[in-house]
Design a binder for this molecule. Sequence first.
Ligand SMILES: O=C(O)CCC(=O)C(=O)O
Ligand SMILES: [Fe+2]
Length: 767
Amino acid sequence: MATSTVDGGEPLGIKKELREALDAIVSSGTFASQGRLPHVDPQIKVQDVGAISLPLQESQLRQMMKQAHQAPYGKGSETLVDTAVRNTLELNPGQFELSNPNWDNYIKRACTCVARDLGVDSPVSAELYKMLIYEKGAMFKPHTDTEKAPGMFATLVIGLPSPFEGGEVAVKHQGKKMTLTTLQHGFSYVSWYSDVVHEILAVRSGYRWVLTYNLCIDPSRPCPTACLLTDEARHLHRILKTWLNQNTPERELSHAYYRLDHEYTKANISLNALKGRDLASVHLLKEISNDLNMEIFLAVIAKGQMGPCRYEEPYSRKSYRSSRSYFNIYLENYNAGYRGRSGAIHALEQIINTSYEVDTLVGLDGCEVMESMPLKNDNVLQMKCFDVDPQEDYMGYQGNFAVVIVPRDSIAHFLKVPTERSGPYTESTCQGNKALIIGYLAKSLAHTPDDQFLIKTLKDLCQEVWTMSETGPPGSSRPPRVVLPEAVITKVLQAAIISKDPDFVKDAVGRLERNLSPDFFTWVQEQTAAGLITFDTIKDFGSIVGILSRTICSHAPAMEASDFHSLWLPFLHHLVRFCEANSIPTSTPDYQRIFAAILKAYINNYVGERPSHDGNYVRPTVGHGCADCISLNRFLSDPAQTVGRFSVNQKRRHHLHLRLDAAKIDCTHETERIGSPQTLVVTKSFRRHERDLAAWGKRKAEARVKLLDFNKRDLTGWFGEEYEGLMGRVGHGPSSGRRPAGPVPNRPTRPRKRKAADIDVVDLRDD
Ligand SMILES: O=C(O)CCC(=O)C(=O)O
Ligand SMILES: [Fe+2]
């Protein structure tokens, strides 16, 4: 329940509560914990090793390591093995068993300790994930843990008794660091929230042996994170919720500025640049904004003062002028800018008006959203802090940065820029701002596609800018033409598609002056694959097909081979279905061009040319300067020699073997076991070429199948006269089995001698 008492002009209620709640965020509490556990043997049995007895014997450990594999790590959606990032051996839970019937209870008790330490009050369950073994040098570089199970919020590590040195767990969260250790001789646990950055330092000696568990809570409950764990955080969440639940017209505070403690620079202000308490509070606000409908920005605040000042020229007279002083660093700019010829600062003699404005508004990623916007004192949670004696500016008073909390339903109002020429806001600033705002709103829509209010704001602003660029601002004779940058229009188009608004789509497409970027298609494909949009969504697809067609035709020659199966062919199948559903013939020119361009690119870029070699026997040399290598190199680079014989002792033969392998020379090298010393016979070959040829044959057959997934009538329509030639390139000949007339692309026109190596392993009709 919100109160809105007014006390001596200071509104209490939400504004005060919000300020107090933010003031109370000192820094986050425990984001990681550790502790000792009683000695209970889990009675581990490892597949193909048997029961592991404690204390652990090195011989058993070695056997376990034989069963283990290199542990991968997650990077985005990928799982990678790179021992420079993670060098750890792991066993999957299927490879071992914890046969002590009391072990589950033991883990439950450990969970209770962890939940207490991390401040989680919901019931916590632990899911066995891996057994890890770190030998000397093993480590895991800083990372956060991905959600490996629904409701996973933290990792629990149970340290098993095995002596080692090093291998500490260094955890870091919002500028706070802790070093945790699993015990060497007894059982212990360490645990951290999944969003905490942690690193396993290199083991210096011995073996670090642990079990890891995913800690989960009921996935239907909000996931605890390191940021949301304190009472203060929960209190702030409650206050914000109360505020946001107020109806917009009655909301006593439309948005809020909260001053930051530290000094930053205008150029690099972003969430990542924040320090100490600022980082804790803004990070927390960001976390809360995932759950509540609000947007968080950072603002650089400037103070403007107006008053009389004295010119220090001989005929000095008082004149009113306005000065804009910025706190700390901006003050220097001010001084430089207003220094008279004599070098004296034109200080204001009297201040008759002070106002604040947002010099720059940025998103948490540091991207600029807006410049020069008015700031109302009422919206600042700690007004007194901005209101300082200018003298204090020289003392390095720090208070010109703020975090801004804007309820999403008033974002349009908040970002609304005055259209009339007023005060310092020139027309061009306004238009620049609008492009920034449009870009920002369009980007936000990607995260909250159902936000009707945001859609409406975006549409209105676009209409305003587009109308303005046609007619000019009301009352002006010379309209400033506003052209939204192409990247912004693309974002708008995406937003229009997401919001399923055909008129808006049509408008946005109409504004595109050039082709859409290829990224747009990747985006379309991702959205379609995720089921977020379908072609039917864009009822007025006709309006964008022209631009799609232009863009695709120009991009097609550069399409990546790896994108066809995952992106372009599924895209075409969607398009076929769309045409069918809307009774559009797929041979309609714009559509035909899309199909033809992509499928031709498929044949050219995926299948490619038949690999050929010119029969040349010059091979690259091996990079070594010993006498044997020099004579080997002489043989390799001589086009006339195909077989080289090197009668040298075993050690030197081995050296040549290694050098040839390392340089990946296309040759065979075998020892002829006759005489003494025996002879290494190196025969130049075309094996590498044969492998390329086989791979090409495979791609060709695969492409044939994929192309025949489309219907033949469509294919002939799309390819027209080129049909036989193109299909011939994937080994699909005319039904008679005869060669199509005319030269077949990529075939040598001159008959050449057939070599065994040239046999197309997949399609025997060829050649
Ligand atoms: O070895 C450990 O203590 C934990 C390893 C780790 O960070 C992980 O599995 O994500
Ligand atoms: Fe981890």
